[in-house]
Write a protein that binds this ligand. Sequence first.
Ligand code: F6P
Length: 327
Amino acid sequence: MTNKVRNIAVFTSGGDAPGMNACIRAVVRAGIYHQFNVYGVIDGFNGLIDDDFKPMQYTSVSNIISKGGTVLGTERSPRFREKKYREIAYQNIKEREIDTIVVVGGDGSYKGVKVFSEEYGINFIGIPGTIDNDIYGSNYSIGFDTALNNIIEAIDKIRDTASSHHRIFLVEVMGNRSGVLALNSAIATGAEDVFIPERNEDLNIFEEKIKKAYEFKKSSIIIVSEGDQIGGAKELYHYLAKKGMESKVRVAILGHIQRGGSPTYKDRMMATQFGAKAIDMILENEVNKLIGTKDGKIYSYEFTETVTKQLPSNYDALKLIKKLSRY
Ligand code: F6P
């Protein structure tokens, strides 16, 4: 039997996350090392539909390890939810004889690729890439550490103003429907309290606490996850304003500053290891699986219908935050 060269493709999907480039680099270089033809697909699922495939060479991924974002581009693709566009994508893949696609993204991306794989028999491997770190089955996803460091840097600056002006800052962070980013940033910034989507806070109790804390401390940082049950930092501000605290409270919505920037050591390492693992899995024909990590080990696991974590794995973090804030 002749050794036929295998064609594979890699793309990034969903929100960009720092470290995605390090992951693309690892997939491309490890793939080339094992004599695969590697295509980079531009702008996620849209590139599959629009026939935007870039043959990747060794040097295509030079000097990208230190860059945030993704050199392949990324999109959330409503078109890919429609069968007629998935059919077009399949024809483009078939034309190039690509048998496996590696997707770096979050739960929405995984779901898209799973449906596609079932319909057309194209293999996939999912690599966790989202600052939200909310993927069921993996303790880590690419971008989380850099995003946390971005948040820390911003909040340290806000703290200067909070303490100088004796203010309470409600700082809104991302995370979609997960409070993992909020919980971890609350611990690392010494926040007084945190509002997360997974928990319904009693606002009367919060109001009492914050007033008491203000009396002896004169400033506070409260982290509010964008998906929290109150409706974000602005809603919480309106509540406190109605209770007469308007002059003392300010809102800072960190927004997309959290997602950008050069990846940290941890994100470069994890991304590189995840990328190389994907190629190992293809070589072993261990496909249609996701890559995860726990306790320093990188492994593969089966896709389940639920790929979003139901509760943050470090829920104890909440108890710690409450314990360390005096009121
Ligand atoms: O999934 C990453 C994330 O940054 C979420 O935390 C946030 O809810 C969402 O993406 C924002 O998406 P967009 O950049 O499309 O506004």
